[in-house]
Design a protein around this ligand. Structure first.
Ligand SMILES: [Zn+2]
Length: 414
């Protein structure tokens, strides 16, 4: 250790007389100060240089490690014990509310500014659980405040994690020049030195905190109610979907059953129609065009002259020359006015459930009427129209051109 370091080690900012500490300027010069080193107990000399600041030095000591820091530490405690107030840092209380684990948590903060707290009682080095904080104070509301004074940068002691409302005042950056005047140092200790809460519950239950907590709780409750409502609606919708699906299944089953019954009904009708139409009749003889034998004419209940006569009256003679009609017009008109054979009437009622293969085994009214119209065309009563499935009424004597008959209406089946 160098001489200068030794010298500096042997300087102390405050001397102890009796149970109190003093600054060098507040005591008599030299050994008359009556002070001792608060660390090693050696007698101190109060130095009062004319220009430089005042200080203590050891009277007869080779070395006094830690004397400087000990003096600061003890003086800071003495100041707090004397003044009985301290500035505490601001504090932000974090609020968290959650009403149900499936809901996001809501957070809020309540911030309090730094403030000066009166200490109604304050004692030094009072054992608290397994700790011995530098100072233990009682606040006006009865709460306990622990104060730790940090002077050295040395090894940090384990934080006093068990202690609530623990305030640490950091004096490690205090300069030697700030120590010669007790008033200046007191200002630093009480108010301006950096300080921090290790733990602090002083603000947790203050009115403003409680008000915000209540508000947050109300929001969380509302959120929970909304969630509950949404969940209920979701469940209702799911129930409704299940109900609709069940109805659909039931209806499909009913349709299936109805279709099965219809098919049961159709089978004998189809067989009967097939039997009636088994032997096709020969092509038309010449003669009156309302009494031609047409393949499949058994589809109609009465005599062929009834439906053929109707077509003649309504679509051939009954219409002006050059008027156009379609095969479908004729089918609709005839079927609306001429009764079908009983088996055919049943089949046409359930036409949509007949398969294409089944339809191929019989002649329908459409087939028979199309065939009849085709034959009327061959015999020059009609002429195929410009569109498929249409015919034009012609003047048989003047306009008949047999070549046009080669244009067979599509869908006629012939
Ligand atoms: Zn000493």
């Amino acid at each position: 250790m160098s001489e200068s370091q030794m010298l500096s080690n042997l300087r102390v900012p405050f001397g102890q007389r009796g149970s109190r500490l003093y600054a060098a300027k507040d005591v008599q010069r030299g050994l008359d100060c009556g002070c001792h080193c608060p660390k090693c107990g050696a007698r101190l000399i109060a130095n009062h240089p004319k220009i430089k600041r005042h200080y203590f030095s050891h009277h007869q000591a080779k070395d006094c490690p830690g004397g400087y820091e000990t003096a600061i530490h003890l003086m800071a405690k003495q100041i707090l014990l004397d003044y009985r107030w301290v500035r505490t840092p601001g504090k932000t209380v974090e609020l968290i509310e959650r009403h149900y684990s499936e809901i996001d948590e809501l957070t809020d903060q309540v911030s309090y500014p730094e403030r000066d707290l009166q200490l109604t009682e304050i004692v030094s080095e009072q054992k608290e659980e397994r700790w011995r904080p530098d100072l233990t104070a009682t606040l006006r509301n009865g709460a306990t405040l622990f104060i730790e004074i940090k002077v050295t940068h040395g090894v940090h002691e384990e934080k006093m994690v068990d202690l609530d409302n623990l305030l640490e005042i950091d004096l490690s950056k205090v300069k030697a020049s700030q120590l010669s005047d007790t008033e200046v140092f007191a200002e630093i200790v009480l108010r301006s030195a950096p300080r921090d809460w290790h733990r602090c519950s002083l603000y947790d239950n203050l009115e403003r905190t409680e008000t915000n907590r209540k508000r947050l709780r109300t929001r969380a409750e509302a959120q929970y109610q909304r969630w509950l409502e949404a969940t209920k609606q979701e469940r209702a919708m799911a129930d409704e979907e299940r109900r609709v699906a069940a109805n659909r299944r039931q209806k499909a089953k009913a349709d299936q059953k109805a279709k099965f019954h219809s098919r049961q009904l159709i089978k004998p009708l189809l067989e009967q129609a097939q039997k009636e139409q088994r032997d096709y009749l020969p092509l038309p003889s010449k003669g009156t065009p309302s009494d031609w034998r047409i393949e499949g004419e058994e589809v109609f209940a009465g005599h062929r002259s009834e439906w053929q006569g109707m077509i003649h009256r309504t679509f051939v003679y009954g219409r002006p020359i050059n008027s156009v009609f379609s095969v479908n017009d004729v089918v609709r008109h005839v079927c609306a006015n001429i009764p079908l054979a009983p088996a055919m009437a049943g089949l046409m009622k359930h036409r949509q459930i007949l398969t294409a293969e089944e339809l191929d085994t019989i002649r329908t009214p459409d087939d028979v009427i199309a065939k009849y119209l085709f034959l009327l065309g061959l015999s020059a009563y009609l002429q195929p129209g410009a569109h498929d499935g249409t015919y034009v009424v012609i003047d048989r004597d003047q306009n008949w051109d047999p070549s046009t008959i080669l244009r067979r209406p599509r869908g006629s089946g012939y």
